[in-house]
Design a protein. Structure first.
Length: 199
């Protein structure tokens, strides 16, 4: 397997929320006990990884998608709608907790990005969801830095570099055009900032 496919798998959009919440636990100044961390981790992992994977298996078995890569716009519509529902649920879920309600920005921001992507389907534009999720993560951790006045510059640099390398991988695999890659990253990043200023 090529490095491009390995990186695309590791930083897949269904994996990124899990990576995001684990990273959040490492950098947040809030004291979240281990039981709460486990509860939040399991909630995010089940809803953003297990549910989408089971959905893809079901769609493949019923012939609604040809492969698990879900490469065509038509095949992406059902999984995208389910993911929007999941992110809406998680945004509302995290918004109820005072200790870590800033996590709601991550899910509401990504939800707005996914909604825009869904509507671009009607314009026959296949935005990169890989780069949308990376842009969302980068935007969220910049917001976290602003909220708590902490310095997590090394983490922000890592996400920035990973975004560039992942964009290169997606282009090398011919999964997207440069426009689709840039659009995905821009939507993910800007929707996080938009959500922060709205909420």
């Amino acid at each position: 397997m090529s490095w491009q496919k390995i990186l695309s798998t590791i930083l897949h959009p269904v994996v990124m929320p899990t990576i995001g919440i684990l990273t959040y636990f490492m950098v947040t100044p809030n004291q979240i006990d281990i039981r709460q961390q486990l509860y939040l981790f399991v909630t995010v992992f089940i809803t953003t990884y297990l549910v989408p994977m089971l959905l893809l298996i079901f769609l493949k078995l019923t012939g609604r998608i040809e492969s698990f890569e879900v490469s065509s716009i038509k095949e992406r519509k059902i999984p995208m709608f389910i993911m929007m529902c999941v992110f809406l649920f998680l945004g509302k879920f995290f918004n109820k907790f005072d200790l870590f309600n800033e996590l709601s920005y991550l899910f509401f921001g990504t939800l707005i990005g996914l909604m825009i992507v869904y509507f671009t389907f009607f314009l026959k534009i296949k935005t990169s969801l890989h780069l949308l999720s990376m842009g969302s993560a980068l935007g969220f951790f910049i917001i976290l830095q602003l909220i708590y006045n902490i310095s997590i510059l090394p983490l922000i640099l890592i996400f920035t570099i990973l975004s560039g390398v992942l964009a290169t991988a997606r282009l090398d695999l011919k999964a997207h055009t440069p426009k689709e890659v840039y659009l995905g990253f821009f939507l993910g990043f800007s929707c996080q900032l938009l959500t922060y200023y709205i909420l």
